[in-house]
Design a protein around this ligand. Sequence first.
Ligand SMILES: Cc1cc2nc3c(=O)[nH]c(=O)nc-3n(C[C@H](O)[C@H](O)[C@H](O)COP(=O)(O)O)c2cc1C
Length: 177
Amino acid sequence: MSAPSSSPPEPTAFRGLMTRWATGVAVVTARAGGVDAGLTVNALLSVALAPPSLLISLTREADTTPIIQRSGTFAVNFLAADQRGISERFAQTIPPADKFLGLPLHRGTTGAALLDGTLGAAECRVAAWTPQYDHVLIVGEVVRQEIGRDAAPLVFFRSGYAEASGPDGLRLAAARK
Ligand SMILES: Cc1cc2nc3c(=O)[nH]c(=O)nc-3n(C[C@H](O)[C@H](O)[C@H](O)COP(=O)(O)O)c2cc1C
């Protein structure tokens, strides 16, 4: 472990620390004015069980952020290990419509895209919108949920995707770029 410092870390050093926090991976989608948008996220946590609610942290620069603001709703799609390509696609800076090309999906009550083959999905109504630094903290109240496949999760750790293996699909091997 490196020596503790009394001063705040530089942003890149802090990013290095946070790479040591393993997370799942989700795609957040939204639809407004007939336009679909979506992005890959791992800044996601549940807030409360009653009401069922979760929080995402989105950069203000993401194309998806204003679409969520306009629609007042969004969906969170929890990715399975075999959906790494979807994660990579939704993390690209490409026209939002291109992200959905040929992707099997369905719609629930909010109109946001629900990707097929995920571990599950939550459709949310925006309950709180809090600008913080260059991000927006968005609390969503879950208006509808789907439980999906019983499959291994896609995991992100140390700037790469970790492999989930083993009979339960939950044993993590070293990250492979
Ligand atoms: C594993 C992973 C996790 C990410 N998590 C977030 C996140 O929590 N919040 C965020 O704003 N961007 C996150 N990103 C970056 C966005 O996916 C990326 O900026 C995307 O291009 C934004 O798309 P958009 O501009 O079409 O909305 C993440 C990227 C990856 C690969």
